[in-house]
Write a protein that binds this ligand. Structure first.
Ligand SMILES: [Zn+2]
Ligand SMILES: [Zn+2]
Length: 232
């Protein structure tokens, strides 16, 4: 792989545009996998990172924390880890050509939250890809092997990518926080990326949805994804 390159979209200054840059293509080390990015979502959080309104990212930074693609090369197996926390995916047999999404939040693997599999609550994450380390707005992405989740051939890359952030957020909100029961009525305020995902999960779980959004096309999307009604 030495000498091969890739293009990435880099944020160099707060408020600035993303600029295309050519960089050496990474070579995966132990426990790492090189992904050819086939789809990367743009999350509203990316806009907050660009303007620095939520957190101040280290710059320059390649944004993109909703990543799906194909495995290109697999690094050597990592040394046994002292951590006990499971990774979000099953990746022990990752091979070139595999279709995967890469979860962006890499827990420390040693705290109580990581040990129970709730890496998203880890107070000392090893990395938050696209927030504090280079993400997926690039032709290739160097992933931690344990962050990968296999995706079925029937799932388009673009739909798989958004499961890594807005999709997982929706599943947790509907099933673990709100604990929506079948036949309950759920009001979803805001039919953006997360809101539309919430609608799909809640509909799949048998709930009735009323969506509220001032944006007409968003209300139409809410209805298309199964909301019973939509108000502005
Ligand atoms: Zn996000
Ligand atoms: Zn942890």
């Amino acid at each position: 792989m030495t000498g091969e390159v890739m293009r990435v979209a880099v944020l160099r200054a707060l408020g600035g545009p993303l600029e295309l840059e050519t960089r050496p293509r990474p070579v995966p080390g132990p426990g790492q996998v090189l992904i050819r990015v086939r789809a990367a979502g743009l999350c509203h959080t990316d806009l907050h990172l660009v303007d620095g309104s939520a957190v101040t990212p280290p710059l320059p930074l390649v944004l993109g924390h909703e990543i799906a693609g194909e495995v290109v090369t697999v690094g050597a197996s990592p040394s046994p880890s002292p951590g006990t926390g499971p990774g979000p995916g099953t990746n022990s047999r990752t091979e070139p050509g595999d279709r995967v999404l890469a979860y962006y939040y890499e827990g420390c693997r040693t705290c109580a939250w990581c040990a129970e599999g709730s890496e998203n609550l880890c107070p000392r994450p090893a990395a938050k890809v696209g927030f504090d380390s280079d993400g997926g707005l690039a032709e290739y992405y160097l992933a931690s092997a344990r962050s990968l989740v296999p995706i079925a051939d029937s799932v388009p890359f673009a739909e798989a990518a958004v499961l890594g952030c807005s999709g997982t957020t929706a599943v947790r909100v509907v099933r673990s926080v709100a604990r929506v029961a079948p036949d309950e009525t759920v009001v979803v305020v805001g039919a953006g990326g997360v809101g539309l995902s919430v609608i799909q999960v809640a509909v799949a779980d048998g709930a009735r949805i009323l969506a509220i959004d001032p944006h007409g096309p968003s209300r139409e999307q809410a209805l298309a994804f199964g909301a019973a009604g939509a108000l502005d």
